[in-house]
Design a protein around this ligand. Structure first.
Ligand code: CMP
Length: 147
């Protein structure tokens, strides 16, 4: 079943000049990029996007990183896109990614425990929320969108 997910190319990978290369890999792996926008998050927007992590020890560092430079927000479509994109990114922690899945995007393009190159929605509910967060004008799909 065709599914959509929200992907971010984070400030470390964009700053390194890898955004176009990562988008090519995304398409080579069978995803269609149906929307994309380069932007820089304000502190308020970053805090809202990552609200579920508010209060965790890494939250200030995460917000500082995510506002440190431009990002790309992408909507990806493919059957099983949510899990497929998480598999292509690999483990959240870059050191774990390098050890366990050296060809994954976070192993190839990530920097450290916070700066991990990419983000992906972790469930259909968060995909719906996150796509709406970055692309409010995209019409929700009544079949796959639980909201
Ligand atoms: P992401 O998949 O975007 O979701 C939350 C982000 O917080 C995560 O990627 C990392 O960038 C960051 N993060 C998660 N856990 C930690 C941690 N233990 N220490 C530092 N940063 C973290």
């Amino acid at each position: 079943e065709l599914e959509k997910t929200l992907a971010l190319l984070k400030p470390d990978s964009v700053r390194a000049g890898k955004a176009q290369e990562i988008m090519q890999l995304i398409e080579l792996n069978g995803f269609t990029i149906i929307a994309k926008q380069k932007m820089q998050l304000t502190r308020a927007r970053a805090e809202e996007f990552y609200a579920e992590h508010y209060g965790k020890e890494f939250f200030p560092k995460l917000v500082h990183f995510m506002t440190s430079g431009p990002i790309w927000a992408l909507v990806l479509a493919k059957p099983g896109a949510i899990l497929a994109w998480r598999a292509l990114m690999g483990p959240t922690n870059v050191f774990k990614a390098r050890a366990e899945q050296p060809k994954c995007l976070r192993a190839l393009y990530g920097t450290d425990g916070t700066q991990n190159a990419t983000h992906g929605s972790d469930s259909p509910a968060s995909a719906a929320r996150e796509i709406k967060f970055f692309f409010p004008s995209l019409v929700p799909d009544p079949v796959s969108d639980p909201g």
